[in-house]
Design a protein around this ligand. Structure first.
Ligand code: HEM
Length: 90
C-alpha cells in the first residue's frame, strides 16, 4: 500500500478489483486471483509509474503471478439525449 501511494496527485487512478476463487477439483488446488482494473486518462503518466514502483519492491509479488494485461480506450459517458463518444467530436 505504501509503494502504491502517490506522492504526485497527478498519478491518481480509479481502481476496481474483481476477485475470483474457483474451487479445486479432484487433486488440484484452487484457482484464486484478482482481476485488477484501473481507469485513468493517461496510462504512461498515471498507471505506469505506479506499476513500476510495485515491480521494484512489493512484498505481495512473492505470492502473486501476473498472467496477463490489456489496455482499452474507454470513451466518456454522455448526457441524456446524447450518445457514447459524442463528446469526442467537439
Ligand atoms: C493481487 C493484486 C493486488 C492486491 C491483493 C492488492 C491489494 C491492495 C490492498 C489491500 C490495498 C489497500 C486497501 C485499498 O485501498 O483498497 C491496496 C491499495 C492500493 N493498490 Fe493494490 N492490490 C493489488 C494490485 C494492485 C495493482 C496491480 C495496482 C496498480 C498497479 C495497485 C494499486 C493500488 C493503489 C493505488 C492503492 C491505494 C494506495 C493508497 O492508499 O494511496 N494494486 N491494494
Amino acid at each position: 500500500m505504501r509503494r502504491a501511494r502517490f506522492e504526485d496527485g497527478r498519478q491518481r487512478i480509479f481502481r476496481r478489483a474483481y476477485n475470483y476463487d474457483i474451487p479445486p477439483g479432484n487433486g488440484s488446488v484452487s484457482d484464486s486471483g484478482l482481476i485488477f482494473v484501473s481507469f485513468q486518462a493517461d496510462v504512461d503518466t498515471q498507471f505506469t509509474p505506479l506499476q513500476k514502483r510495485l515491480d521494484e519492491l512489493d512484498l505481495l509479488n512473492e505470492w502473486t503471478v501476473p498472467i496477463g494485461s490489456a489496455v482499452f480506450a474507454i470513451p466518456p459517458g454522455c448526457a441524456e439525449g446524447g450518445y457514447i463518444g459524442d463528446t469526442l467530436l467537439n
